[in-house]
Write a protein that binds this ligand. Structure first.
Ligand code: NAP
Length: 257
């Protein structure tokens, strides 16, 4: 299992801190001391922060090229392992933004390209433009939010990895809080089925959710977020958890529409 770290140049709080999380990732890898040659650092460009919690979008080719070069410098690499276009920019024709990824591939600034927050039509068009250079799609997807099912199935058909973002329901709180349950249960989430399977297996509901995601398709590579090391260790354990057909059937039967 090769480790994947997902970041973005826009993962920061304050204005003027572009690349904050990329610098943290680079520093952590430098200080790790072990072999990091198999670690894939995936970053993103095309979004910015306003400084008051808001987000901006800029997927013009000029911005994407400058942003990718700056990300590579912050990550301390000659070529970025996976560079993802964070979000389509309604002000820029899609083929122009994707064309910038093509240019970055050709220039050797990035090794592979990904796209995020996209429709099936945008995936098809990007695949036509980038060919084998396109390797991944990253859309929101979790047990509670499955409207990107068509994008997941298309990714699978095209041989692309599908990276569900917020696979546990989001950063503010996981929809699957620990075995003791959350302060305010989310009525939209099938808590009982995930908690029941988790209790029977002696694992966390988060591990069951990630194992369920992995069982959805061989294309799926979830990117769970975490601020605690214990969450990271626990989530990584999902790779070893193979759900039985009857467990999967129970979970499926309790998913919200
Ligand atoms: N492409 C995009 O537009 C986009 C948008 C949003 C997110 N993302 C990506 O998706 C990643 C994950 O999204 P997210 O952080 O919003 O949501 P998430 O992974 O669904 O949820 C994160 C929350 O789950 C908790 N958690 C994770 N593993 C756990 C475990 N094993 N046991 C208990 N709690 C656990 C974390 O707790 P602790 O904090 O206490 O550890 C955190 O509160 C982000 O880091 C980012 O890389 C991409």
């Amino acid at each position: 299992m090769a480790p994947l770290i997902d970041t973005a140049d826009s993962y920061h709080w304050h204005a003027g801190e572009t690349g904050h999380n990329e610098l943290l990732v680079a520093r952590a890898l430098t200080r790790y001391g072990g072999d990091t040659s198999q670690v894939l650092v995936a970053t993103k460009g095309g979004r910015g922060r306003t400084g008051d919690g808001g987000w901006t979008v800029d997927a013009t080719p000029a911005h994407l090229k400058k942003a990718a070069e700056a990300s590579a410098r912050r990550l301390g690499v000659d070529a970025i392992g996976l560079y993802q276009l964070h979000k389509p920019d309604p002000a820029v024709p899609w083929e122009e933004s994707v064309g910038a990824l093509r240019d970055l591939l050709d220039a050797g600034t990035i090794r592979t390209a990904g796209i995020s927050n996209v429709t099936t039509a945008q995936i098809r068009q990007a695949h036509r433009i980038l060919g084998d250079g396109l390797v991944s799609v990253q859309n929101r997807y979790s047990p509670a939010v499955r409207d990107s099912e068509p994008e997941l199935r298309l990714s699978e058909r095209l041989g692309l990895a599908f990276l569900p973002w917020s696979p546990l329901g989001g950063i503010s709180r996981s929809s699957l809080d620990g075995p003791s349950g959350p302060a305010s249960p989310d009525p939209a989430f099938p808590r009982t089925a995930f908690h029941r399977v988790a209790a029977a297996r002696g694992v966390s509901p988060q591990q069951v959710a990630l194992a369920w995601l992995l069982a959805r398709s061989p294309a799926v590579i979830p990117v769970p977020g975490a601020s605690r090391p214990a969450s990271v260790t626990d989530s990584a354990g999902a790779v070893e958890l193979t759900l039985e057909p009857e467990e999967l059937a129970e979970l499926e039967s309790r998913l919200p529409d």
